[in-house]
Design a protein around this ligand. Sequence first.
Ligand code: NAX
Length: 328
Amino acid sequence: AQAPVNVTVTGAAGQIGYALLFRIASGQLLGQDTPVRLRLLEVPQAVKAAEGTAMELDDCAFPLLKGIDIFDDPNSGFEGANIGLLVGARPRGPGMERGDLLKANGGIFKPQGAAINAGAADDIRVLVVGNPANTNALIAQAHAPDVPAERFTAMTRLDHNRALSQLAAKLNVSVTDIKKLTIWGNHSATQYPDIFQSEVGGANGAAAVDDEKWLAEEFIPTVAKRGAAIIDARGASSAASAANAAIDHVHDWVNGTPEGDWTSAGVVSDGSYGVPEGLISSFPVTARGGRFEIVQGLDINAFSRSRIDASVAELAAERDTVTELGLV
Ligand code: NAX
């Protein structure tokens, strides 16, 4: 029988954690042949709530779940971790400036990166969900010099899935009819969901839409501001859909993307498409053999170019801020 895979989840007692853990334990993250051991990392005041979630996980009697351990310090939490889902983060409080937010999150992601460097398994793969996800991933990666940089990724899969759903509704097709959609840049309001490369039933997606006004004034803002719309409607931020996207991201990373399609993920830039090297930016990616690869050779039109550049400029500014703060 296969040895259990150690999955560390931070922010395990939060609302995304609650939607995520049961799906990991049921086999949806790594497949029905792969047993898992969960390592829940929380702040001390939330350990009791995490224990409650662990009791419920026990009560599911999941055949693949081989153990649950709960920690309040990152070094123990990441010991032996094969997969790290970094969900817990410091939310923006009232009156908090972006610099304050980045600084507060540096206090979380710097020690977590160091703990991953010190004690995680050699095959550690990290997905950062907690916002600002791209720059939090950059901070963690900077403190894990012994781990290949490509093992640190940030989640834009929820944005990708939102874009798929919006485009499918517009064209009155199934989401499975759409291929090669891309989210570029930062997981923020500046992100750019790109349909110019997309294929819908074999035809070009942008040509099928043939409505640049809809693209600029409806589609892009709807996808980029969907998080706020969910908060307005639900009175709480996206949780189940975010957990679903985290499952999709890791599942595809480990098992590969389908032939003839790609997905979107925040990965370390190699300079492709003019994105400065080292930034963790969303790109079109395929996964093969457990590695993400940036899709090469796409033609970027002027409409796309200006939007990619704007989002990447925001990422570069975030990197400048955390550099000044001594966080990377
Ligand atoms: P919650 O506030 O419900 O849960 C966060 C949990 O993290 C809390 O239980 C808290 O105690 C814990 N935590 C805080 N600091 C920690 C630390 N140093 N170590 C371990 N745990 C720690 O938030 P939730 O709704 O679950 O969202 C979590 C994060 O996901 C937020 O930063 C949120 O902004 C982000 N999101 C990212 C998305 C994406 O697409 N990348 C979409 C959904 C979501 O908004």
